[in-house]
Design a protein around this ligand. Structure first.
Ligand SMILES: NC(=O)c1ccc[n+]([C@@H]2O[C@H](COP(=O)([O-])OP(=O)(O)OC[C@H]3O[C@@H](n4cnc5c(N)ncnc54)[C@H](OP(=O)(O)O)[C@@H]3O)[C@@H](O)[C@H]2O)c1
Length: 281
């Protein structure tokens, strides 16, 4: 059983999440492979240009017939505002934002063949700086969906430090999770992670490999990988877990899935963690 990280409202999240972006027609097969390999948390979005939520649902239906039941899996999906949707939206773009969220959420439930999702995330704020009327309208709707019991937690992605501070200050329900792209050159998003720590929010990091190619080939990381007899990707993912983050992996490769899941068995020293924390600065 994979370790879990608990949210402030007492819900466990598996310590490693399988991400389904850009898998297109291979999504269903890859989700099945990921679960068969040992992943129990799946990240998707109701956003047709980057995700195939329908195929995630197909995989879940097949898995349920084979054994793993819905309750044994952690499902996370997102509401994507019109600006992030390309030319096809999975809701009516002409109705109010509240209605857009409600329609998107209902269609996610249908795609995923489920009555609830574990985590429902705003894909990104409407505003570049601060939080505007649209952001508050979306957040209030997410809060209502959370209060209805159809989601176990709500969260926000692609958020800046100022926006997250504002949300924590003013929201009736603070986010339980934040999901951000995590750059070594920004101290692995240290400013946001600090706010998360203060408010007991679980931080999920994505593109840990694709956004950090220099770190992956850095001699210090290569040396640690050699000491532990693993690859540099595993060092980055384990480092992420050791500093309290939940990493997402976007691999399409069976061997990488296995290697990624083996990281719980390795341990970086405190000195190694401190070194990697500053590696991109
Ligand atoms: N909220 C957002 O806006 C947002 C944006 C982007 C992504 N995400 C989420 O984050 C997930 C992961 O993002 P990502 O695809 O950029 O992640 P990533 O895990 O940083 O990158 C995956 C890439 O690294 C390669 N790779 C090499 N060795 C690997 C190893 N040992 N383990 C894993 N991958 C290895 C993979 O190739 P192989 O396929 O050959 O293994 C793949 O090309 C997405 O699927 C999505 O769910 C969210």
């Amino acid at each position: 059983m994979m370790k879990t990280v608990e949210t402030y409202n007492g819900i466990p999240i598996p310590a490693f999440i399988y991400g389904t972006a850009w898998k297109k027609e291979a999504t269903a097969d890859l989700v099945q492979l990921a679960v068969a390999s040992g992943f129990s948390a799946i990240d998707t979005a109701n956003q047709l240009i980057h995700y195939n939520e329908v195929q995630v649902g197909e995989a879940l239906r097949t898995l349920a017939q084979q054994g793993p039941k819905r309750e044994s899996l952690f499902l996370q999906t997102k509401f994507t505002p019109v600006s992030g949707q390309g030319h096809r939206t999975p809701y009516d773009p002409m109705v109010t934002i509240t209605k857009q969220v409600e329609q998107s959420f209902e269609s996610s439930l249908q795609h995923l063949h489920t009555e609830y999702v574990d985590s429902y995330v705003l894909h990104g704020p409407y505003s570049r700086h601060g939080l505007g009327r649209e952001d508050w309208e979306v957040w209030t709707t997410l809060e209502e969906i959370y209060q209805s019991g159809k989601v176990k937690m709500i969260g926000i992605s692609n958020v800046t430090a100022d926006q997250l501070r504002l949300l924590c200050e003013k929201a009736a329900v603070k986010p339980m999770v934040v999901q951000n792209r995590c750059y070594a050159t920004l101290g692995w998003d240290d400013e946001i992670r600090e706010i998360c720590q203060t408010h007991d929010i679980v931080y999920q990091g994505f593109s840990l490999l694709t956004a950090n190619r220099e770190a992956l080939t850095h001699p210090a990381i290569q040396a640690i990988a050699q000491r532990l007899n693993v690859g540099p990707a595993q060092i980055i993912f384990r480092f992420a877990q050791q500093i309290g983050m939940i990493p997402l992996t976007g691999t399409t490769n069976k061997r990488h899935m296995k290697e990624d899941l083996q990281i719980e068995g390795i341990e970086l020293t405190n000195e190694e963690v401190l070194l990697i924390e500053k590696i991109g600065l």
